[in-house]
Write a protein that binds this ligand. Structure first.
Ligand SMILES: [Zn+2]
Length: 496
């Protein structure tokens, strides 16, 4: 029977994905076939659920995101209203029997202040709340979503940008509960974190959300898929003893499929959407968010302009070329990542340990001339009249950084992790005489940085040199490609 078990069955989750797929298909092809199917389905649900009709909520959120997209392509306000209805009904005992904190159905959404329960359900819901907040301006929504984000970023975020500490219930843990071997960190949850932070950026225009998005994208998410693109981790721990069957379906290597197939299909929809995360525009402001070889075209003050930006080179240089058809005045905002300013995450959950003096600073040049950094909301702003051939060059220092956790993360006490730029590094046994878990890194160990084109499809490795011998570090996203063996992100620290 349809709609007979909304708590457990995933009808609304599935049709939400259908709506999103239909909108993407329509935007990519201009064809309405699948979009009309989605609209017919949404109209059916809208005819059954809502004020004065059946009042219930999805056990697994997702339809909210799809309905917002249907609203954005059709302009039909009832789709936005239905999304808001499903959100507003959560925690309302007079509408349905509550499904509890596992499904974020323990309190009205505007009264929720902490991230609880099943992580993917939760963060799809938070992303939907951010959509509704942005489109309606509803301040209680904005207040709630900001408080929950603060809870995640300050207490429940893995260094890799993964979320969801517990296997049991695929759920967020308590504050600072961030175990490494048994971390859940579902690939879908990292993807949800990307969706949510992109929407919060679009709502608030602050680069700190892109800092979290970038961390999730290049680490917690990317580890979930292998280099061939056809094998997946559902679960993404930060330590592995070579034996524990952490991955779904009792596996411990990347798998081609799962009995619950959410992560592979979610990866498939994130990759083609990546282009949408690089730039953003609001009025006469153009934002450069991620440093990826690319080009884009935008209308600014009525002028078309092209902005090909190259990726972040191994040496830390980003080049952006601007080619307006006519000279045009606008503000270019180039994101200055937190990691380039001594702040790995926008909270005190993690901090850089190294006290070694950094000689290099962030440098910005416009047409070769050094330009003072005018940072606002995490962006260096350059407002001027742009002409064809203008070039911006950004230099971001990429030192090897040691990271320490907030003292309340008991699992990481006395431990240190290594980062360089946006990448989290790990130790694998295969590179270190079979042993990773018991390794110790001294505070005074030095590092050599090597680009290795033939290792793991090309990675920059870090080799530390200290009293305990040499250790070889590789990017976390590339772990688990060379057989079963130990892996660790947080290693023992030998303090100076
Ligand atoms: Zn999943």
């Amino acid at each position: 029977m349809r709609w007979s078990n909304l708590r457990i069955n995933h009808e609304f989750y599935n049709v939400g994905h259908l709506y999103e797929g239909a909108v993407a298909h329509y935007q990519a092809t201009g064809k309405r076939g699948l979009l009309d199917v989605a609209l017919k389905n949404a109209d059916l649900i809208d005819s059954l659920f809502g004020p004065g009709q059946r009042r219930d909520v999805p056990g697994h959120q997702e339809i909210e995101l799809g309905l917002v997209k249907l609203y954005l392509v059709t302009g039909e306000a009832r789709y936005l209203d239905l999304a808001k209805f499903f959100l507003d009904e959560r925690g309302q005992t007079d509408g349905h029997e509550l499904y509890g904190a596992y499904a974020q159905d323990h309190l009205p959404v505007v009264a929720q202040e902490e991230a609880v329960g099943h992580a993917v359900r939760a963060v799809y819901m938070y992303a939907g709340m951010a959509d509704v907040a942005a489109l309606t301006g509803a301040q209680p929504y904005i207040d709630a979503i900001d408080a929950i984000w603060q809870d995640v970023v300050a207490r429940k975020l893995y260094l890799t940008g993964g979320i969801g500490a517990r296997h049991e219930g695929e759920a967020f843990g308590d504050a600072f509960e961030l175990p490494n071997h048994t971390a859940y960190n579902e690939t879908c949850a990292a993807i949800a974190n990307i969706y949510w932070n992109q929407r919060l950026f679009q709502l608030h225009g602050h680069a700190k959300y892109i800092d979290v998005l970038e961390r999730s994208l290049y680490n917690g998410f990317l580890a979930g898929v292998d280099f061939g693109g056809d094998r997946f981790f559902y679960v993404n721990p930060l330590a592995f003893d070579g034996d524990y069957r952490f991955n779904r379906d009792d596996s411990r290597e990347r798998m081609p499929w799962f009995n619950c197939s959410c992560c592979p299909t979610n990866v498939v929809r994130l990759f083609p959407a990546l282009g949408g995360y690089l730039y953003a525009q609001r009025d006469d402001r153009l934002y450069v968010n991620l440093f990826v070889s690319s080009q884009t075209t935008a209308m600014l003050n009525g002028e078309r302009r092209h902005c090909p930006a190259n990726g972040l080179s191994v040496a830390g240089t980003v080049r952006i070329q601007i080619d307006p058809e006519q000279p045009v005045h606008f503000a270019l905002g180039v994101r200055i990542p937190g990691w380039a300013q001594g702040t790995p995450v926008p909270s005190d959950l993690y901090h850089y340990l190294d006290t070694q003096k950094q000689d290099e600073a962030v440098q910005l040049r416009v047409n070769g001339a050094e330009t003072p950094l005018q940072i606002q909301d995490g962006y260096a702003w350059i407002a001027r009249e742009w002409r064809a051939g203008d070039a911006v060059e950004l230099h971001l220092p990429l030192p090897v950084r040691r990271v320490e956790s907030h003292a309340a993360v008991t699992e990481n006490r006395g431990k240190v992790a290594i980062e360089r730029g946006p990448l989290v590094y790990c130790l694998e046994g295969i590179d270190n005489d079979g042993r990773a878990l018991d390794r110790t890194l001294a505070d005074d160990a030095t590092f050599r940085v090597d680009w290795q084109p033939d290792l793991l499809h090309g990675v920059t490795t870090l080799r530390s040199h200290g009293d305990d011998g040499d250790l070889l570090f590789a990017p976390y996203y590339a772990w688990g490609h060379r057989g079963l063996g130990e892996m660790v992100v947080w290693m023992n620290r030998e303090a100076a």
